[in-house]
Design a protein around this ligand. Structure first.
Ligand SMILES: O=c1ccn([C@@H]2O[C@H](COP(=O)(O)O)[C@@H](O)[C@H]2O)c(=O)[nH]1
Length: 274
């Protein structure tokens, strides 16, 4: 999917919501445990309930890999289900990969060749040769970690060099030599609030993947105020607040209501640019 198609989906659905499929076997409703593949059964119900309200899904690989082969099978089934039934959805593998070149090449192969996903999150720490192998696939996206939503983002990302440049700024500046805004996005946590102003000074036109609303308490209003651009430029993720809105047999209805509440807020925010 290219940038324009992403924007068309945002306009059509009046939403820039990404539903995070962080599916934890210990948190899903008990009645699903008797299913042959409880994780897939849960995901399928969540996807069917939310697809008209969001433009992207973000399964986080940790939740699947932690279950071994069964988890990987549930992940593949989930991806195939979305692609077959909701082909307009942008799929993000939140895997935070990145290694020496030939190893990154293998990661890229699994997410782009084998699974045909739209994008993968990548850590910038190992530099250009660790990111480039993901960039040889047309219309596939690297989503580079820039300024994350957690407290630990202060440990390295916000530290300054002798010229007062912060590490996340160096990431934004240097990585723009590797790919354009048609192939690269950045992760910026919703909890970073006003910092979106600084982010936009470096990357005015890029899409940003923004986790941290909902369970982590980030403000959608602030993200939009400081981070929205003329093509929206935001994919805002919420995982736990949507998928675990209810733990009973009504979980999918509750997930839909939680997603709807966010979408309504997004529709209001989009009025600034549409
Ligand atoms: O800076 C980051 C980068 C990634 N994440 C991931 O996003 C979701 C957030 O889940 P919630 O339940 O909505 O808090 C999760 O997969 C994280 O690993 C992030 O939160 N912050």
């Amino acid at each position: 999917m290219n940038k324009q198609q992403l924007f068309e989906n945002i306009k059509r659905k009046k939403s820039f919501l990404c539903v995070g499929l962080d599916t934890d076997i210990k948190k899903i409703p008990e009645h699903l445990l008797k299913e042959e593949d409880p994780i897939f059964a849960f995901n399928k119900a969540i996807i069917d309930a939310t697809a008209d309200l969001c433009i992207a899904y973000k399964p986080n690989l940790a939740f699947y890999e932690s279950l071994g082969v069964k988890g990987w099978i549930a992940f593949e089934k989930t991806v195939s289900y979305i692609k077959k039934n909701y082909s307009d959805q942008f799929i993000i593998a939140d895997a935070k990969r990145g290694d020496i070149g030939n190893t990154s090449e293998m990661y890229a192969r699994s997410f782009f060749d084998e699974l045909d996903l739209d994008s993968v999150t990548v850590a910038p720490y190992m530099g250009e040769d660790s990111v480039k192998p993901f960039l040889i696939y047309p219309e596939k996206w690297v989503i580079l970690l820039a300024l994350t939503s957690n407290k630990g983002s202060h440990d390295f990302q916000l530290t300054e060099d002798a010229n007062g440049e912060r590490l996340f700024e160096k990431v934004l500046k240097t990585s723009q030599n590797w790919a354009s805004d048609e192939q690269m996005m950045y992760v910026v946590g919703a909890t970073q609030g006003k910092m979106f102003q600084d982010i936009r000074k470096h990357v005015p036109n890029h899409f940003l993947l923004v986790p941290g609303v909902g369970a982590q308490g980030g403000s959608l209003e602030e993200v939009c105020k400081y981070g929205m651009n003329k093509m929206c430029g935001l994919i805002v993720n919420s995982s736990r607040a949507i998928i675990y809105a209810d733990k009973t047999e009504n979980f999918a209805i509750a997930a839909k209501a939680a997603a709807k509440a966010v979408q309504v807020e997004m529709e209001e925010q989009l009025k600034a640019i549409l």
